[in-house]
Design a protein around this ligand. Structure first.
Ligand SMILES: [Ca+2]
Length: 476
């Protein structure tokens, strides 16, 4: 995770309510010298006299927090990793850390305690406690609330697949409720969600609807477990641009209506209504993948391997699932099995990245299928960190999923088998997510849904099959 604010801005954070006493930040500045990775060094005071210091990684934070202790009678706020120093994530600088002087400065002879019961209490227990409270509040604001939400999602759903390893193997089974993060009386606001924030989290997960609740896209837009990758479309700070915003605007200006540029179009011009969405599907023409009938492609001996990461933050994996299911409906499941497979990689973000094993080879299996007729089976994916493989998982063609056999390392692909659950167990596919409601758009309604204009037909386009433009591309 990267921070959502500048290091220096930590000095201006509002930390009221983080603990039982006022907090003052004296300094916040990036340090690069003598560290395995750059970090934001913070020093502050928690009244009356607890000095604390923090190291906040400015890149690659792994959502971990380590608070180190102090020796003797303390009196100095110095982060000392001692025996843990040689091991990741300390050695690679990806952990957030803090420590405190435990409420007094210097005086190792203990004279600080004379006539100072507060200092004795801070030394006994309060200093480390309030430091922990303040450090967690700073972390929540420095990195934003996506990590907070992710931790809650993992706590709720990680074990559903039988492996508590931080990955949601099948996020369709996770039914996380953002309202579970609403602040309870006495809880620190920085580590909870306000009702409006919980509503945003819900809307980021759910697919878009119009004002009447009619579905405009798949039921799930961003799967649970993908929270850490949502910086693609969640701005770091109010008003800052996001990559998704740029892609959407470029499409709406230059591709949403075939051969018609609209360079002055603004995102705010786009209406979240059924007619607007359906019109875009129709007018974008060649970029709307709405025809699931690939019989000509299959008839020519074509083989198709689809894959999608469950944590794709850009394009919902539900869209590829829906397309594959539409293929099965139109062509028959057996016919599709003969030429097309779909793989869903747990925890993998858009094209690569994410927390899941994202290094895998799809080229060799598709070559073997085309060249020797060998149908693809399991694909073993690896997680490579700092040049070393840290986890391996098999991924099986949909609808099969990998299930841990219950013995051996959960990071070893050999300890997983393919299991196919009944479609009734996957309502996100078989039910509402499979089809847009009839009231909304019907993207896979087939060729007849296109309203080709006579002028468009007359354009001298270099399509593969100009007399039947819906069949463009894909046919060798
Ligand atoms: Ca899991």
């Amino acid at each position: 995770m990267a921070p959502v604010m500048d290091c220096a801005a930590v000095a201006q954070l509002d930390l009221s309510g983080a603990t039982d006493a006022p907090v003052t930040i004296q300094s916040a500045a990036v340090v690069t010298a003598g560290a395995p990775a750059p970090y934001c060094a913070v020093q502050g005071t928690i009244a009356l006299a607890n000095t604390f210091v923090m190291r906040l990684p400015t890149q690659g934070w792994t959502q971990r927090y380590l608070q180190t202790g102090c020796g003797g009678l303390c009196g100095s706020a110095t982060i000392n990793y001692t025996a843990a120093g040689g091991y990741p994530p300390v050695a690679d600088g990806t952990i957030a850390s803090a420590t405190t002087d435990m409420g007094h400065q210097g005086q190792p002879d203990g004279s600080w305690a004379a006539g100072n019961p507060q200092a004795q209490i801070d030394f006994a227990y309060r200093g480390v406690h309030v430091t922990s409270q303040v450090a967690k509040a700073i972390i929540a604001q420095f990195y934003g609330k996506l990590p907070l939400i992710h931790v809650a999602v993992v706590a709720a759903c990680d074990k559903l697949d039988g492996v508590a390893g931080g990955l949601l193997d099948d996020p369709r089974r996770c039914h996380f409720d953002p309202a579970s993060l609403l602040r309870a009386p006495g809880q620190d606001e920085t580590t909870c969600l306000r009702p409006a924030e919980a509503g945003v989290v819900r809307r980021l997960h759910d697919g878009a609807t119009d004002a009447q609740g009619r579905r405009l896209e798949q039921r799930i837009s961003h799967e649970w477990g993908s929270e850490l990758d949502r910086t693609l479309f969640v701005p770091a700070a109010p008003g800052q641009p996001t990559f998704s915003e740029s892609i959407a605007l470029s499409f709406l200006r230059y591709l949403a209506t075939f051969n018609i540029a609209n360079p002055n179009y603004q995102l705010s011009d786009f209406q979240f209504t059924v007619p607007t969405f359906w019109q875009t599907v129709q007018t974008s023409v060649y970029t709307a993948a709405t025809d699931p009938d690939l019989r000509p492609f299959a008839g020519h001996g074509g083989k198709l391997l689809l894959w999608h990461g469950w944590s794709d933050q850009h394009i919902t994996p539900q869209s590829t699932l829906e397309y594959y299911e539409a293929m099965r409906d139109v062509m028959g499941a057996e016919a599709v099995e003969d030429f097309a497979k779909h793989y869903l990689f747990p925890g993998v973000a858009h094209c690569s990245g994410g927390l899941g094993p994202d290094t895998f080879d799809m080229l060799t299996p598709v070559m073997a299928w085309v060249e020797t007729g060998t149908p693809p089976g399991e694909v073993v994916a690896s997680k490579v960190e700092n040049g070393a493989v840290t986890r391996m998982r098999p991924v099986f063609p949909y609808p099969a999923v990998a299930r841990y056999v219950g013995a051996g390392s959960t990071d070893d692909a050999a300890n997983f088998v393919a299991v196919t659950r009944g479609r009734s167990c996957a309502p996100a596919i078989a039910g509402s997510a499979h089809r847009f409601t009839q009231a909304a758009t019907r993207p896979f309604a087939g060729r007849r849904a296109h309203n080709w204009s006579a002028n468009l037909r007359a354009l001298p386009l270099a399509t593969s099959s100009p007399e039947n433009p819906e069949r463009r591309g894909g046919v060798p």
